[in-house]
Ligand binder design. Structure first.
Ligand code: C2E
Ligand code: MG
Ligand code: MG
Ligand code: MG
Length: 283
């Protein structure tokens, strides 16, 4: 009904949970249109900080879709749809190009260089020519690869369709990209793979952060991950830090980096720019 399809402020629009296939297909077509027009899609940016002094050290780019009828749809809802219907490569390419264009804008605006991290889906590695697209976009704006970090989940690293991913990660790092394992701890991989995995950073999933410091099991897991990462010379960034108590626990356990609502929510680039100009010393 028209009411059901209208903007609804009480109940979030959850397309991936909707069983009606025709409604999903309509949404897939809307997404195709959004990609072609480029006007409904946006990247929002969430800051990342050094825990010791609060310094802004990076930003994660997070995809947003402002649907003309349904309003803001969360990536957790439309990305699975894009993956199922063959739109993920185009969507991923859009994200990479937009993030690089934004880096160039910030440089023009006089913002000191700080890396932007983008989320890379398995399908981008499997189907896409990710490496050459990254190189072409960076070259277009004469930006160094060190300004674009890549976040991959454990499931991406273990996806057999992606082939032998290790040499590709090595090559991306040789070009200057930093690589992080996203949602670390929630996958089903063995710990031994970390020994030879060419990555720079672990992003500790917020599932382990949420109940800190009270939950003694989570506290033990986080402490162990931090100790292990130190031994392997991997950086750790804790995700989803919302309270001072969580921050204090992480600080006293030697976690170097944090990201979360306590520091900032993901916001549009224009909203972040004054803060970037303020907090970052130009070089
Ligand atoms: P993620 O990459 O793990 O991103 C972190 C998510 O946690 C974001 O949700 C962010 O808004 C949210 N978050 C950050 N700090 C806090 C906090 O303190 N508390 C809580 N409760 N949440 C926090 P978002 O933006 O809805 O994105 C969800 C997921 O969608 C991302 O998880 C990522 O897997 C995926 N995603 C987002 N943008 C892209 C993209 O451009 N490409 C791909 N392939 N996936 C994306
Ligand atoms: Mg991420
Ligand atoms: Mg994550
Ligand atoms: Mg996540």
């Amino acid at each position: 009904s028209a009411k059901r399809h209208g903007r609804n402020h009480d109940q979030r629009f959850r397309p991936s949970l909707d069983v009606a296939g025709d409604r999903q297909l309509a949404l897939v077509n809307d997404l195709r249109t959004a990609l072609a027009k480029g006007t409904q899609l946006e990247l929002h940016y969430q800051t990342q900080h050094a825990l010791r002094d609060g310094a802004l050290v990076g930003m994660e780019a997070l995809l947003r879709w402002r649907h003309p009828v349904h309003g803001m749809i969360s990536p957790g809802d439309f990305i699975p749809l894009a993956e199922r219907h063959g739109l993920m490569s185009s969507l991923g390419n859009w994200v990479v190009e937009r993030a690089i264009a934004q880096l160039a804008n910030w440089r023009l605006a006089g913002v000191a260089e700080v890396p932007v991290w983008v989320n890379i889906s398995a399908l981008q590695l499997i189907q896409g020519d990710l490496e050459s697209r990254l190189a072409a976009s960076l070259a277009q704006y004469r930006l160094p690869a060190r300004l674009l970090g890549l976040e991959l989940t454990e499931s991406v690293l273990l996806d057999e369709r992606a082939g032998d991913i290790y040499p590709r990660l090595e090559a991306l790092r040789a070009l200057g990209h930093q690589i992080a394992i996203d949602d670390f701890g929630t996958g089903y991989s063995s710990l031994s793979y970390l020994k030879r995995l060419p990555v720079d950073k672990l992003k500790l999933d917020r599932a382990f952060v949420r109940a800190l410091p009270e939950d003694s099991a989570d506290a033990a897991i986080v402490g162990a991950v931090l100790a292990m990462a130190r031994g392997l010379s991997l950086e750790v960034i804790a995700e989803g830090v919302e309270t001072p108590a969580q921050r204090d626990f992480l600080l006293s356990n030697g976690c170097p980096l944090v990201q979360g609502f306590l520091f900032s929510r993901p916001v549009p680039a224009t909203e972040l720019e004054p803060r970037l100009l303020n907090e970052l010393q130009p070089i």
